[in-house]
Design a protein around this ligand. Structure first.
Ligand SMILES: NC(=O)CC[C@H](N)C(=O)O
Length: 425
């Protein structure tokens, strides 16, 4: 792969619209405010706000944009997400820690944010990159504008940047490290240097997002939103859920299927989990490189074979490693709500929600491990099972949030696995 590493400027927004106005035109400012009356950082001056931020990518390209949310300088890996909706769930998915999420849907912010759709207690991502920031919000659940929400959480965002061109670059060259800055005093070269000396590979990002002490999860999917009532268990099965950066909807879906859940930190010893005698263990999603967390692989290895286990995304990758397999970094990963996956066991195709940059190499797995799901876009491994060891896993997100609900029945399969073992005991 050849990469042009020269430093070049890309003028993707006009420097000043006033430069092109005929002399007699009177200037005026359109006041754009949200329907809730919240002020939005930078929005009052639109559309005359000029570029006040730069995204410098490690390939030397510089993208001028307008800032919203927090200001400052931030480094991260740029990934593109193809979901049409659900930016709030994406912002609060802890698996995006260390990454800038670029939304390919050009219009973001139109539904504002609410405090029910958060997938974790915090925004862990490095920043948000969008084409167009909605100048108003219109949704009955809206409590705040996206700008105010990000500013309060110290997360940087940029808009009026050519997200399609950046996406094409990421698709051609693979994931790129970028630096986002609103600081004029920092030179382009300085920002480029930061992007070229920082790396996301080999870093344990889980320890920064996991809970610190165990807690009981009680909340289930609210009755007005709940679905898929068939195959629900009447039994109260106890699940220990390892929090590698767990999304709340995994816990809500397990609770809706009748599970009592104890969430434990990523470093929680396997021996303590086994002492709790749960009916099953869930290994959650989580950010970063799965080979940078050998302690988590050891924990998974100590538990498998003893109790039914279910791994989701990072949990799936850790299971793959615990079985002796290898994970590798993909060119630009899968991030979106429209990934077709074939369920090999029943031949059906599920449209799935995905968010991962790493994958398990199925050729590296020992015999006996079954590949149960395949991503139809690139043939990568999307699910595993090993019935002898009572384990199952998915590389993608059956809890959706955001995304389609096609894969929700897999929670029922985990319930069945736990019930079968309970009967045998
Ligand atoms: N959602 C996740 O669990 C992500 C898994 C892992 N961090 C990856 O990027 O592949």
């Amino acid at each position: 792969m050849t990469m042009d590493c020269s430093l070049r400027l890309i003028h993707n927004s006009p420097l000043s619209t006033t430069a092109f106005l005929p002399k007699k035109v009177r200037l005026f400012t359109v006041k754009c405010s949200s329907s809730q009356g919240f002020s939005s950082v930078g929005l009052a001056e639109r559309p005359w706000k000029v570029a006040d931020a730069r995204l410098v990518l490690e390939d030397g390209s510089i993208w001028r944009a307008k800032s919203f949310g927090a200001s400052g300088t931030q480094v991260g890996e740029v990934v593109f997400n193809t979901s049409l909706t659900g930016y709030q769930e994406i912002l609060t998915d802890p698996s995006y820690a260390g990454q800038f999420v670029l939304m390919t849907n050009p219009h973001i912010g139109n539904t504002g944010v609410n405090f029910d759709d958060e997938e974790s207690v915090q925004c862990f991502l490095a920043g948000l990159v969008i084409r167009s920031l909605s100048i108003s919000t219109s949704n009955w659940r809206c409590a705040e504008t996206l700008s105010d929400y990000l500013a309060a959480r110290n997360i940087m965002g940029i808009y009026d940047v050519d997200t399609r061109a950046i996406t094409r670059r990421l698709r051609d060259d693979g994931s790129l490290i970028g630096v986002l800055s609103t600081e004029e005093l920092k030179s382009d070269e300085e920002l480029l240097e930061i992007s070229r000396t920082w790396d996301i590979v080999g870093i344990d990002l889980i320890s920064g997002v996991s809970c610190k002490t165990p807690y009981e999860w009680v909340d289930r999917t609210g009755s007005e939103w709940d679905f898929n009532f068939s195959a629900r268990s009447k039994e109260n099965l106890h699940v220990v859920a390892y929090d590698f950066g767990i999304k709340h909807n995994i816990l809500r879906r397990l609770a809706s299927y009748g599970c009592k859940i104890t969430v434990v930190p990523s470093t929680w010893p396997a021996s303590d989990t086994l002492k709790m005698k749960p009916d099953g263990v869930l290994f959650s999603n989580g950010p970063g490189d799965p080979s940078a967390v050998p302690y988590a692989v050891d924990t998974v290895r100590e538990i498998i074979g003893k109790i039914p286990v279910f791994g989701i995304c990072m949990g799936h990758q850790l299971l793959g490693q615990a079985l002796g397999g290898k994970t590798f970094k993909m060119k630009f990963g899968h991030h979106g709500g429209n990934h077709p996956v074939r369920n090999i066991r029943n031949g059906s195709v599920e449209i799935s929600a995905q968010n991962h940059n790493y994958a398990v190499d199925p050729a590296s797995l020992p015999s006996g491990v079954e590949v149960t799901h395949v991503n139809l876009n690139d043939g990568s491994c999307a699910g595993l099972a090993f019935s002898q060891l009572k384990l199952m896993s998915l590389q993608y997100h059956p809890e959706a949030s955001p995304g389609p609900h096609d894969s929700d029945p897999v929670f029922g399969e985990f319930i069945q696995l736990m019930k079968q073992e309970k009967v045998k005991a």
